[in-house]
Design a protein. Sequence first.
Lengths: 439, 386
Amino acid sequence: MSNGLGRRKFLLYGSAALGTSLLLKACNSSPTPPSSTTATPGASPVAAGGDAIKVGILHSLSGTMAISETTVVEAEKLAIKEINAAGGVLGRQIEAVVEDGASDWPTFAEKATKLIDQDKVATVFGCWTSASRKAVLPVFEAKKHMLWYPLQYEGQECSQNIFYTGAAPNQQIEPAVDWLLKNKGKEFFLVGSDYVFPRTANTIIKEQLKAKGGKTVGEDYLPLGNTEVTPIITKIKQALPKGGVIFNTLNGDSNVAFFKQIQAAGLTPDKYPTLSVSIAEEEVRQIGKEYLKGHYASWNYFMTVDTPANTKFVEAFKAEYGADRVTNDPMESAYVMVYLWKKAVEAAGSFDDLEKIRTAAIGQQIEAPEGLVTMNANHHISKTVRIGQVRDDGLFDIVWSTPGPIPPIPWNQFVPDTKGYACDWTDPAKGGRYKVNKT
Amino acid sequence: MSPLLEALFNSISIGSVLLMSALGLAIVFGLMGVINLAHGELMMLGAYSTFVVQNVFKALPEPLFDLYILFALPVAFLVAALAGLILERGVIRFLYGRPLETLLATWGVSLILQQLVRSVNWALVAAIILFCLLFFGALQVLKRRLDWERIRNWAIAINLSLSLAIATLAGLLLKNNPNLGKPWFSARNVDVTAPAWLREGFPLGNFQVPYIRLFIIILTILCLIATYWFLNYSSWGLRIRSVTQNRTMSSCLGIPTATVDALTFALGSGLAGISGCAISLLGSVGPNTGQNYIVDTFMVVVVGGVGNLLGTILAAMAIGITNYLIGSGTLGLITSSVPALKPLTDFFTFFATTSMAKVMTFALIIAFLQVKPAGIFPQKGRTAEL
């Protein structure tokens, strides 16, 4: 090949490659608006008149988060379908514009911009991981738009442009730690995946244990996707030779490896009760109920919650998507947030004026499947906290729940940096993060 | 005594998992010089075949169901070996002696396999079978023509595009049928539950020996013995070794080198399938399962030296022991009994998390490779192919 690439060949191939890539880019980006505007099945025939209100749905439909986020999209679409069947919002039908974040955080930001600028949606329902939410936060704040975020998260955030319908740590982690201290033991071993949520959550737990008389005997992190749990099991046995509590913030595949291997190593739920905050009904199915039986999870909602709203929700979901499907906390949160948006829009009397909707949203209440929820001034909702134990059929027995909903505290009061701070968007003097004066 | 026994058992069990997954790659990389990045996906195929066998056995009563793992092992071997055979005949055969191209090509194949598992359904299978029938059938018919050599190029081109078009059309039509269009596995992880007799463990003093780990260790030993016997005491093993040492001379002596290559690759892939069956007992089975193991597997093969089974065994055990001793804090515990070694104890305690233990292990491997770049047992003499 000593002749190599001559100038003529180089020009020919180079321009061919450039032309092809430009063509592909054009083909990829331009048909996106019509091809991805998947109107909800119930909405499109009725919305054909062009009078429909557009809302954006932004979740990962592909990539590693897809298996979790597609269930949330289904719950949101169910809520939209029900609202449309009942007459819509302000007499108009809702049309969902669904975009795929592809488990890639920059893509989330890009699609959020597209939904707001090109599709001119009234609001966006989206995100799952904190990374995706943090990626779209600047977009929503710059364009003064509105995001509804349904997932439990680590707190330490309170944006004027986001409404959080998932649990803050004081509505999931902290009550769980209290319950464990009272019922299961004072010595905790913390296991988590190696990224921001478990590390932040464990910081909170360690501070809380110090304040309440518990003891952190050990802490270990598994890289995401890692399946070799043996060193951690050895450490647990060394630190808790006679048994103790394991607080599990693992996410994803590692959970499967963890539960399979601790059962094989003889760490049974009676001596080593394990409480998880990322295991819901879907994960029980995937890991295998034989490995999870007797362990605990802390959420605001379980499929077995006994309220009339839940019976209706589960029936409607199964009718729409299949009798073998299960519902879990993120799905219920997503379902509720669409209804909260509807109530806010109706109270404000407009779906365009986001300032009015923001003000009108605060104080809205809904009898959700999990119980009564109220939107607080800090853009989070009060939620009931429940602890469930995995039973034989893979669903949860609710072993404890708070008597009523607990108000949310986004800025954590155990972490020294944020202790004493709060968030209040009804008072312009206070805003997202202000120091509470001890009066 | 008991903690020592426990540490020993744990190290050996981690090492045996590594060895099990690296055995297939050692054969393929060592004997053929093929860098197969699809090795993790072949393990994943073995794990999925275990899932399928488990489902088939679920219909049977309890005592028979517990035996499913024994049937899953040969099925996983065969499925992965078949996949490896197709891979070798279809892709790798054209790329011998070109390691960079093999690397890229097998990486592409790994992506294809991952997506295949996510979206395979009856419609896709039917379309693939239809395509094979049309393409190869037409090829056979055309080959008999007298002017075959002349029309060869464009005949293949037209044949390929026509068969592809017809098969795609058929696949798209069939996909609309809900029974045929439903994915077999979907993108979610699937649940493989160990049979009841493998689930617990037997207590040894303070420590419980998990049956799964024991099963994997025994499986690894059996596979090692079987591979050693096959390579050194059977006639096909003799042919494999001679092709590895001198391909042209073996060909002169009448050994069918193409068949030998295919057989070696199929053997390596089959072993990957068996290891996939083993890891399905330990962790999750999903499209991304292979990605969790591929890096460690390559580390073992590189450290052990290309072409040597003993080197692979030593490397796997060494990496397993190092990983365990650092990650579980045992080293820190040992040195903490000697107060004078306090800085060393602090150093070990810092590294005593799983993430940091991996960092430490890799650092040690890099340091080792500076001293011995070709691994523990380097290949002697001139390399035959590369």
